[in-house]
Design a protein around this ligand. Structure first.
Ligand code: ATP
Ligand code: MG
Length: 575
């Protein structure tokens, strides 16, 4: 293990929000960060108030909160306008339903300004908002609304057929965002009423432990879990928006994640807006040219995306990039999957920017282990714990392991953004915690002698081959260094002699032929570059790897296909 290349990319000059990591990590307490919020004095808590109204009542009133862009629309909303629009949304929701504090309200629609008005309006009303990715099919929508007993959903006429209204007795109202909506006792025309509604609304005041969003996890390892976050998460979301996103007053920040996933709320809405930053939101599907164009057009300075997107941009070649002016970028970050060193190298080459990996989960509610702008990067490492967070590698009994041992990546229980509930499943919730002390992530990792954490794979994906433990991530990262390979997924396949053998599924760049010679070349490449025992004994070419809609490679699906096992819940799989 630990064979990954250990080059170090030094810090670039700059003035960073977190200048002195070591000192801050020693001295910082989360209570120190509470003073940032108006509830610290008033005792009145509402995350939407903190994210919107507080800025609207300050020097940021006319500052752009949100640029929105898609094929058809190009709009900008200041914090003052956001306050009005979210107040209107709260008024519409309140007037046409019995939605009340703690009730579940879902949003199921493509990105648009209305989505953000509804999300923040629902929060002003004190409801728990469940954002759903637009590509979900009926079964996925049903499961989530049924599990959480949702009272209302906001969707579009196009998506309405995937909302099985008749099978959801608790679902009281459907708010439709579209044109010429025919209203019934169940259907409400959201936009029409939004126009007419009052722009005044007193937020419903809540407690720090009241719910905010209910996010179902990505479904990479099995059936998605309903993870409940609470108001107090805002403390960590704001602090990390400053320290990790390194947001400053003049930044233009672009988080590419859809709010259907936790990154799209925690860092697509809450983090940046709590910090009073200007955000860009780009609707529609991923398109290489449009993404580069968006950076150029809006002068994006801070960019938070995912390995799958970076790999697609990388796959599109380096010539295209030269057609765009991307010089505004100053800070680039990644989340969601392991960030392959090859991708980091590419970032340096084409943007002259370090890509900063960040590790966290739906369950953690905010960033946990990250590469700070002020810290040297070791490509392939997730970085170090956020100040105030205690992370460790523990064995199955909860004993902390020494540096360089592979084990369970665990977090000391009780950070601000920690989930407070798995909806309807106390047993599952309890199963995350060991000795009432550690939250066990389900990821396998090790920490090196400098305190950097290295992701190895999901615990269940770690491969035991001829007595060696091999993390699939190392093998995958080596594979994509091969010039022919765009993407790779690696699994352990049961073998009577070796316990397991390594099998790799790879997708090739255009122009490469899937031949046996290429297989052999790939095998040798891993053997020489990583280790003989880590070289895949079997290689299979695929046009595409199975992925979740949040962009993660689904190794369990590869394994199920390979072994002819049931694939399990596929509700979050890409088409
Ligand atoms: P499910 O829990 O439903 O199986 P999921 O774990 O993919 O799905 P998320 O909460 O969206 O759902 O993802 C969290 C997981 O994503 C982490 O446990 C980790 O495996 C992976 N991950 C996130 N960020 C990183 C990163 N920077 N490096 C490596 N892995 C990451
Ligand atoms: Mg998970």
């Amino acid at each position: 293990m630990a064979t990954m290349e250990k080059s170090i990319i030094p810090v670039k000059e700059g003035d960073f929000n977190l200048a002195d990591y070591e000192k801050t990590a020693k001295e910082f307490r989360w209570e120190d960060a509470e003073k940032e919020f108006s509830w610290y004095e008033s005792g009145k808590v509402n995350i939407a108030y903190e994210a919107v109204d507080r800025h609207a009542e300050s020097f940021r009133k006319n500052k752009v909160a949100l640029y929105y862009k898609d094929q058809n629309r190009k709009e900008a909303y200041t914090y003052g306008q956001m306050k009005r629009m979210t107040n209107k949304a709260a008024n519409v929701l309140k007037a046409h339903s019995t939605l009340d504090k703690g009730d579940r309200m879902f949003i199921f629609m493509p990105r648009s300004p209305e989505l953000y008005f509804a999300l923040l309006g629902g929060l002003k009303l004190g409801t728990i908002v469940g954002p759903l990715f637009e590509a979900f099919m009926e079964g996925a929508v049903f499961d989530r609304l049924d599990d959480s007993e949702a009272k209302a959903i906001i969707t579009t006429p196009d998506l309405l057929e995937r909302v099985p209204v008749d099978r959801l007795p608790k679902l009281e109202k459907v708010f439709l965002v579209g044109e010429n909506i025919e209203e019934t006792d169940k259907i409400v025309d959201f936009k029409k009423h939004l126009k007419e509604a009052s722009a005044h609304f007193e937020p419903v005041w809540l407690g720090k432990e009241d719910g905010t969003v209910l996010h179902y996890t990505s479904g990479s390892t099995g059936r998605p879990k309903g993870v409940l976050h609470v108001q107090y998460a805002m403390v960590q979301q704001l602090q990390t928006a400053k320290w990790v996103l390194d947001l400053k007053e003049t930044d233009v920040y672009w988080c590419t994640a859809d709010p259907g996933w936790v990154t799209g709320t925690a860092y697509g809405v809450f983090g940046p807006m709590l910090a009073g930053a200007t955000s860009l939101i780009v609707g529609g599907r991923f398109k290489t040219e449009e993404w580069y164009q968006a950076i150029e057009d809006y002068g994006v300075t801070v960019w938070y995306s995912a390995p799958t997107a970076f790999r697609m941009l990388m796959g599109a070649g380096n010539e295209l990039i030269k057609e765009f002016d991307l010089s505004s970028l100053r800070h680039v970050l990644s989340v969601g999957e392991p960030l392959n060193p090859e991708v980091v190298k590419w970032g340096l080459e084409v943007f002259d920017k370090r890509i900063h990996d960040t590790w966290w989960m739906t369950e953690t509610g905010a960033q946990m282990i990250v590469n700070f702008a002020s810290m040297p990067i070791k490509p392939g490492s997730m970085g170090k714990p956020v100040p105030g967070i205690e992370a460790a590698i523990v064995d199955d009994q909860g004993k902390v392991l020494p540096p360089n041992s592979m084990g369970n990546l665990a977090l000391k229980k009780g950070w601000p953004a920690m989930m407070r509930k798995i909806w309807n499943n106390q047993e599952k919730y309890d199963s995350y915690f060991l000795n009432n002390e550690w939250y066990v992530s389900g990821d396998s990792a090790y920490m090196d002698e400098d305190g950097y954490f290295w992701f190895q794979g999901r615990v269940d994906d770690v491969i035991m081959t001829s007595g060696e433990r091999v993390g699939p991530f190392e093998v995958e990262s080596k594979l994509i260094e091969h010039p022919a390979i765009v993407e790779a997924g690696v699994i352990g396949k049961p073998d009577p002699v070796r316990g397991e053998i390594i099998k790799a599924f790879v997708a090739l760049y255009d122009g490469y032929e899937p031949t046996d010679e290429l297989k052999e070349d790939i095998r040798q490449f891993v053997k020489k570059g990583l280790a003989a025992h880590a070289a895949p004994r079997e290689i299979e070419f695929k046009d595409k790897l199975p992925k979740t809609r949040s962009g993660k490679i689904m190794r369990r699906v590869l394994k199920a296909w390979e072994l002819d096992l049931p694939t399990g819940d596929l509700s979050t799989m890409e088409d």
